[in-house]
Design a protein around this ligand. Structure first.
Ligand SMILES: Cc1ncc(COP(=O)(O)O)c(C=O)c1O
Length: 402
């Protein structure tokens, strides 16, 4: 086939997919400046794994790890970490490191290890548990809250707990779990029982929001109990799909068993990722974004999104028809449940007719009888979009329309 004809056929094939900018379901970055697009295509053909031929690209990875380590309250000279395909790969690596380190600490092959988490954790954590034979020890959801609470986290821990996952920016509600309280409860548990449980922070969304918008919040490596953190560069890091980060506070906290040597590309290199060959372009764009935005740029970009999310929440609240799981005050995400007479699935269908994609989902046990609807506000949403979206919701929710 002629290239132009093949490209046209592909476009035709994909014509009915949602328009990414109007996809309010996704956390992924959906708009890019022309310079970013040019850089992305210029470096698409570099293999991130080929450190022999692309040492400067590998140095960008290390530079990004240092920058993130410092943003997350760590020592930039001591943190170690990897670029991954997303937070899911990062979570699998962090979970495996917790498991190995627990095995090394306790030497206990006989007991089944467990991982403590809140009801709202992303599916990648259950995935980790399923594939590595770890019991997911999940705190039940409470009315209006799917997040983990410090006291409950400590109650669920025992000698077989490999770690506690604390989420900074929940997938279902956009809320931060109280990482400092969780760490403090685990400190007390260690003092009274000797059970010493490390914390991993899943900051898939919050890792690129909290350092800029919530500088006084303690959630990262400044808490000694936090051993590792993951974040998605392709969410609020503003990078195209295909980039996550996992960092450990230092070399001692990353299990040595994650590393594997490879020498067939040239000299010896040790890798700590699951994925080997892939494009270096997302890492190049992460570094570009650090230069392009800097601290002040990221802060103003995300402050705008948070303001828009809070404005949207206020408009939805004014209808009097929703309860809020998340109101945009942590991640710029609005998540609501509604009275039984208001069918969120019908509302989402109506919004779909107006061109907005919004997800409706069942909440986890013990709130499974409730459905929720979530809007992710990203940097390419305009104030006029918020007004139009809220007006469409208002029209649907007015008593005569139900
Ligand atoms: C809290 C949390 N953890 C992990 C993930 C998985 O991230 P990724 O899509 O980058 O693999 C997500 C995705 O939304 C998430 O919200």
């Amino acid at each position: 086939m002629d290239p132009a004809a093949a490209a046209a056929a592909v476009r035709h094939r994909l014509r009915d997919d949602a328009e990414p900018v109007r996809n309010l379901a996704t956390f992924l970055t959906t708009s890019f400046e022309p310079e970013a697009v040019q850089l992305h295509s210029a470096y698409l053909n570099r293999n991130l794994a080929d450190r022999e031929q692309y040492p400067a690209t590998d140095e960008l990875v290390q530079e990004c790890v240092r920058i993130l380590g410092e943003l997350w309250g760590g020592d930039g000279c001591r943190v170690v970490g990897s670029a991954t395909t997303g937070s899911s790969e990062a979570a699998l690596l962090a979970g495996l490191s917790l498991l190995h380190r627990w095995e090394e600490r306790t030497g206990s092959g006989a007991r089944r290890p467990n991982l403590v988490m809140g009801a709202g954790v992303h599916a990648c954590w259950r995935n980790f548990c399923r594939h590595w034979g770890v019991e997911p020890r999940v705190a039940p959801a409470r009315p209006g809250c799917v997040g983990l609470d410090g006291a409950v986290a400590a109650e669920l821990c025992d000698e077989s707990t490999i770690g506690v996952v604390a989420v900074l920016g929940g997938t279902l509600d956009g809320r931060y779990e109280p990482v400092r309280d969780i760490a403090a409860e685990l400190d007390q548990l260690a003092d009274r029982s000797g059970i010493d449980v490390p914390v991993h922070v899943d900051a898939a969304g919050g890792g690129f929001i909290a350092p800029f918008l919530d500088p006084d919040l303690q959630w990262g490596f400044d808490l000694p109990r936090v051993v590792s953190i993951n974040a998605s560069g392709h969410k609020y890091g503003q990078v195209p799909p295909g980039l996550g980060w996992v960092l450990w506070r230092d070399r001692d906290h990353r299990s040595g068993r994650l590393g594997f040597p490879v020498n067939y590309l040239g000299s010896n290199h040790t890798y700590h990722e699951f994925t080997f060959s892939r494009s270096a372009a997302p890492v190049v764009l992460q570094y570009y974004n650090f230069l392009r935005y800097g601290f002040a740029g990221y802060r103003s970009l995300h402050a705008r999104s948070r303001r828009l999310a809070q404005d949207l929440a206020a408009r939805l609240r004014a209808t009097g028809r929703f309860q809020f799981l998340g109101d945009g005050s942590d991640l710029p995400v609005v998540a609501v449940t509604a009275e039984p007479d208001l069918k969120l699935s019908q509302l989402a269908r109506r919004l779909g007719e107006c061109g907005w994609a919004v997800p409706v989902y069942q909440l986890p046990p013990d709130l499974e009888e409730l459905t929720a609807m979530r809007v992710v506000v990203r940097s390419d949403l305009r104030p006029s979009d918020v007004v139009a979206f809220a007006a469409a919701v208002d029209e649907f929710t007015r008593p005569h329309a139900v």
